[in-house]
Design a protein around this ligand. Structure first.
Ligand SMILES: [Zn+2]
Length: 358
């Protein structure tokens, strides 16, 4: 039996493709956390203390190793003046697109995370959580890739048209967004973040071609990667679509770019076993149970079985963090979330036992 590690050591070992003491657990889903803590969602998104406390409660209750200081999509966008509609029980939604005409891309300025939008709230929540549990737990936050921002501030259809009709204006906007993302990550690390998550919703074969991704995605992702590497903090790529461009990411990104990849192994066109065979020696796989179906509609034993299968498929030698492909919904039964933690504890201790021994 390996010696007991801290959560942070455990996570770093897995990301370095080494065997930790047990497979780390990362469950993402702030609406679930807020519900668990009994906090209305509009209050949660605006309170650093509530974000930090709900994360701490959640990690304690389920033995999760990594926090998720990321309440909603829009805390950056508001810095550019994007207007939101708030309600007590769900994340805010945009009142209208920020970019109304292609010329507006050029009007965006690089934001200051210490001042603009709700970024200061997220940074403060990281600071509080880091002070409270940062010596033991890993602390994470997330930003979208510049290309993902584009659809959010312009609308999906119009942003796709703009790639073709107004590429220069789009590039101007993407550059500004990339610089803002870097600034946010820099401040997040200063506040105490120890893992960064990079949400790339667009690099999926169901949405874009490789050529479009090379021109409008990769260029800015590389810029962010280069700057984040200087911070010395691991960055994990989040790609939760049905046809994630994992092969593209592995072949095109600089070696050592992303330390891990979080993907929807239960719903996409690549299984965890296949990913382990193809990419397991290059990148840590962050996946294992289905956030869309099983966590909501399965039984606790269905959930346990998925986690057990995931560890059997991809746990060998390290390089696995048990997680879902995307956020768990707030309505997920607590018994199912507990089942994830139970299965990791039961099957995830190294050296791994073969399934017939469990
Ligand atoms: Zn996602």
């Amino acid at each position: 039996m390996n010696r007991e590690m801290s959560s942070l050591e455990r996570v770093c070992a897995a990301l370095d493709l080494e065997e930790p003491d047990r497979v780390p657990l990362w469950i993402i889903g702030c609406p679930y956390m807020a519900r668990l803590a009994g906090i209305p969602y509009d209050e949660f998104c605006r309170s650093p203390e509530k974000i930090a406390n709900a994360n701490r409660l959640f990690m304690e209750r389920y033995g999760a190793d990594i926090s998720y200081n990321w309440p909603d999509t829009w805390f950056t966008h508001e810095g550019w003046g994007m207007r939101m509609i708030w309600s007590p029980n769900s994340p805010p939604v945009p009142a209208e697109p920020l970019i109304k005409a292609p010329e507006d891309y050029e009007k965006l300025g690089v934001l200051d995370p210490r001042r603009d939008g709700r970024m200061p709230i997220i940074l403060k929540s990281i600071e509080i959580l880091s002070r409270d549990v940062g010596g033991h737990k890993a602390i994470s936050t997330m930003q979208f890739s510049p290309l993902s921002f584009l659809a959010q501030i312009r609308g999906l259809v119009k942003s796709m048209q703009d790639l073709i009709l107004y590429p220069d204006l789009v590039h101007a906007g993407l550059r500004t967004i990339a610089e803002t993302v870097v600034e946010f990550f820099r401040e997040a690390v200063r506040a105490g973040a120890t893992v960064l998550l990079y949400h790339n919703a667009r690099e999926d074969y169901s949405l874009l071609t490789k050529k479009q991704v090379e021109e409008f995605g990769w260029r800015y992702d590389s810029m962010v990667l280069k700057e984040v590497r200087r911070l010395g903090i691991p960055m994990v790529l989040h790609m939760c679509g049905p046809e994630p461009m994992i092969d593209f990411v592995i072949s095109e990104y600089p070696k050592g770019g992303f330390k891990g990849i979080q993907f929807w192994d239960r719903g996409s066109n690549i299984s965890l076993r296949e990913a382990k065979e193809k990419f397991g020696d290059k990148i840590c796989l962050v996946a294992g149970f289905d956030n869309v179906r099983t966590i909501s509609f399965g039984s606790p034993s269905d959930v346990e079985r998925e986690v057990e299968e995931a560890i059997a498929a991809a746990g060998d030698g390290g390089g696995l963090i048990v997680s879902s492909g995307c956020e768990i919904p707030p309505s997920a039964p607590e018994g199912n979330v507990k089942a994830v933690a139970r299965a990791v504890e039961r099957c995830g201790r190294y050296p791994l036992r073969r399934s017939h021994e469990i």
